[in-house]
Design a protein around this ligand. Structure first.
Ligand code: CP
Ligand code: NVA
Length: 318
């Protein structure tokens, strides 16, 4: 069995013991090294044993992909997870994060946290003595962005200088996509209805990270945004926690559905991505999810491989 090349191991050695809270936490060398390790793990060319390590899962929002891919990733690394369901723990009864984080740091080796407020995630990280991983907050979804660009790289061969268009809500997924794209030298086109653009702070951060190697550009219409691009990405119009805005958003996002008409304007080898879960017929048409350009299920699979590489790195398993 091949070992992780010295280059990959040394590029990832700095991650040992670190948190992963934002897409901006990694350098382009580290992301590419994670992709190489994920590829080795995916193809059975590398096996990593994390022994008896334990990842605690604190999910205050629903999840299929993130939860299960973390659970399976730890199992494949010979390690374990404990589900710290906030409803069944004292967290649900208001135990402060600073107490919970310090106690859990004495039982677990890392925490994956899905919650609403990004500030709460930062508080966990500040009070924990073990790595904390962002499993989605209202601001970012950095593990998703790793799988997104790994999928794009697999499908297109290389990603530097390529262009991805994000059509839809300027949400957590869009924010992490923009930051990770900027780090990797991928051009990111964005098209959102007025009032639903990504956070201006994140846009500034992405522009700094891209250091002129790639462009972050805004377009009024989805048609302009997707012209000749290599990948088209979308996500739901109403994220978790915004259920009561569903109707209002449906109106505002009229014309922002990723469908075959939009695909026709892109590069002839365009691929389609969606983080899932999808609302078929809203942000993406049913036929687009199922079309030959769709890499959506490869993308979901890659959550597992890239998170396995990430966990191995944060937990010092290389
Ligand atoms: N894409 C994603 O994070 O899916 P889940 O909400 O199912 O985890
Ligand atoms: N933007 C969505 C992503 C779900 C994976 C949400 O936050 O609900």
């Amino acid at each position: 069995m091949a070992s992780v090349s010295l280059g990959v191991a040394s590029k990832l050695s700095d991650l040992n013991g670190r948190d992963f809270l934002s897409s901006a936490d990694l350098s382009s060398d580290q992301v590419l090294a994670l992709f190489e390790l994920a590829n080795q793990l995916k193809n059975g060319k590398r096996r990593i044993d994390l022994g008896n390590r334990v990842l605690g899962l604190i999910f205050t929002k629903a999840s299929t992909r993130t939860r299960v891919s973390f659970q399976v990733a730890m199992a494949r690394l010979g390690a374990q997870t404990v589900d710290l369901n906030p409803q069944l723990s004292q967290l649900g009864r208001g135990e402060p994060i600073k107490d919970t984080a310090r106690v859990l740091s004495r039982y677990c080796d890392a925490l994956a946290i899905r919650t609403f407020s990004h500030a709460d995630l930062i508080q966990y990280a500040n009070w924990s003595s073990i790595p904390v991983i962002n499993a989605l907050t209202d601001l970012e979804h950095p593990c998703q962005a790793l799988a997104d660009f790994l999928t794009m790289k697999e499908a297109l061969g290389s990603i530097e200088g390529k262009t991805i268009a994000y059509v839809g809500d300027g949400n957590n997924v869009a924010n992490s996509l923009m930051l990770c794209g900027a780090i990797l030298g991928v051009n990111v086109h964005l098209s959102s209805p007025k009032g639903f653009e990504p956070s201006s702070e994140i846009i500034k951060k992405a522009a700094l990270l891209s250091s002129n190697s790639s462009e972050i550009k805004f377009f009024n219409s989805p048609e302009e945004a997707v012209k000749d691009v290599n990948a088209i990405y979308t996500d739901v119009w109403a994220s978790m926690g915004q259920e009561n805005e569903k109707l209002e958003r449906k109106k505002a996002f009229e014309g922002f559905c990723v469908n075959s008409k939009l695909l026709d304007l892109a590069d002839e080898n365009v691929i389609v991505l969606h983080c899932l879960p999808a609302h078929r017929g809203e942000e993406i048409s049913d036929e687009t999810i199922e079309c030959t350009a769709s890499r959506i299920f490869d993308q979901a699979e890659n959550r597992l491989h890239v998170q396995q590489a990430l966990l191995a790195s944060l937990l010092g398993g290389l």
